[in-house]
Design a protein around this ligand. Structure first.
Ligand SMILES: *[C@@H]1O[C@H](CO)[C@@H](O)[C@H](O)[C@H]1NC(C)=O
Ligand SMILES: *[C@@H]1O[C@H](CO)[C@@H](O)[C@H](O)[C@H]1NC(C)=O
Ligand SMILES: *[C@@H]1O[C@H](CO)[C@@H](O)[C@H](O)[C@H]1NC(C)=O
Length: 297
């Protein structure tokens, strides 16, 4: 015989009347389709995102046409991995999950809008700003002669930093004035390391393609001897896009149910505990018999 209790816990979200993220849209309607949505930054200025929804999680891609500030911390809840999509010259789109190499299993990614706190500045940061910054290793870990690189779709692509140059980033430029890149852009030639995230990507069915406005100019730079590539070096690619991940919070994660009870989450804040025989209470923390409490179960 089981008794179910519904327990509200404190909601942490801010209570504006607008959607600030794909997560807000998902929570408002979990059967929302993938597609382009308008969301609002903290100044309540609108911009477009592409929301890719899955069951209780999803990815958010910002439109390159965005001309207002992006509060990127509102767009993701985990920095353990991201998705990077690219558009091929023939219009096909493909994606790879990207994260740190397994030498750094607990090192989060650095995900920023128009800044790179703790990470090396990108070559075209000022020139082609604003930008979305994806940092693999911060300067404190990248300025050593050590193995570095990135992981894409489960495979590590490594190099050993030869001179302690701390570049370990993938940057996506809004480049609103369509300027030409500066820096190493005329250097020959592209390396396997710079191209592997493209090579291992999975092509998406065309029904999941994003509109062109979500694909950016990009720069990837590793090391000290890893390599450098600007979009112009990849003549098979028309642009790349950074997808940051949100997850619906699970109130059962903190193990609120006691004495071996099972926990079931209703939504981000509500859960119930299924008590084993001999325990009662909203978290099954009280010894007792359901019948003695007069509850019909
Ligand atoms: C937020 O998104 C939901 C879909 O989940 C939509 O129904 C709702 O109208 C949006 N809220 C506002 C204020 O636009
Ligand atoms: C959204 O697109 C992804 C592929 O990018 C797909 O796996 C997922 O099922 C789609 N979600 C919906 C709600 O159609
Ligand atoms: C995005 O901006 C470009 C100009 O930079 C414009 O040509 C294009 O129509 C815009 N796309 C959308 C979907 O608004």
């Amino acid at each position: 015989m089981f008794v179910l209790f519904l327990l509200p816990v404190v909601a942490l979200s801010f209570a504006d009347a607008v959607n600030h993220s794909c997560k807000d849209i998902y929570l408002g309607n979990p059967s929302s389709p993938n597609g382009t949505y308008t969301i609002y930054n903290r100044k309540i200025q609108p911009y477009k995102v592409y929301c890719e929804f899955h069951f209780k999680y999803g990815y958010t891609y910002v439109s390159k046409n965005t001309s207002v500030e992006v509060n990127i911390n509102d767009l993701f809840t985990t920095n353990a991995h991201v998705k990077v999509r690219h558009m091929k010259a023939n219009g096909a789109q493909a994606e790879a999950v990207m994260e740190n190499i397994k030498n750094y299993p607990t090192q989060p990614l650095g995900i920023f809008y128009n800044q790179h706190t703790g990470y090396a500045a990108s070559v075209n940061a000022a020139n082609l700003a604003p930008y979305l910054y994806l940092g693999f290793l911060p300067i404190s870990l990248a300025n050593h002669v050590n193995p570095q690189g990135y992981r894409a779709n489960g495979q590590d692509f490594n190099f050993v930093n030869c001179d302690r140059n701390p570049n370990s980033y993938f940057v996506f430029y809004f480049n609103p004035n369509h300027k030409l890149p500066i820096g190493y852009v005329n250097r020959c030639c592209e390396s396997t390391l710079m191209h592997s995230w493209i090579t291992v990507a999975h092509t998406l069915p065309t029904a999941y393609n994003m509109p062109d406005e979500f694909y950016f100019d990009y720069e990837i730079h590793l090391g000290g001897c890893g390599g450098y590539a600007f979009i112009h070096h990849h003549n098979d690619i028309n642009g790349a896009a950074l997808g940051v991940r949100f997850e619906q919070a699970d109130p059962c994660q903190s193990s609120p149910c006691q004495n071996g009870a099972s926990c079931y989450s209703e939504d981000e804040t509500n859960f119930f505990c299924e008590c084993p025989d001999g325990f009662v209470g909203d978290t099954c923390n009280v010894k007792g018999d359901h019948n003695n409490m007069g509850i019909i179960g």
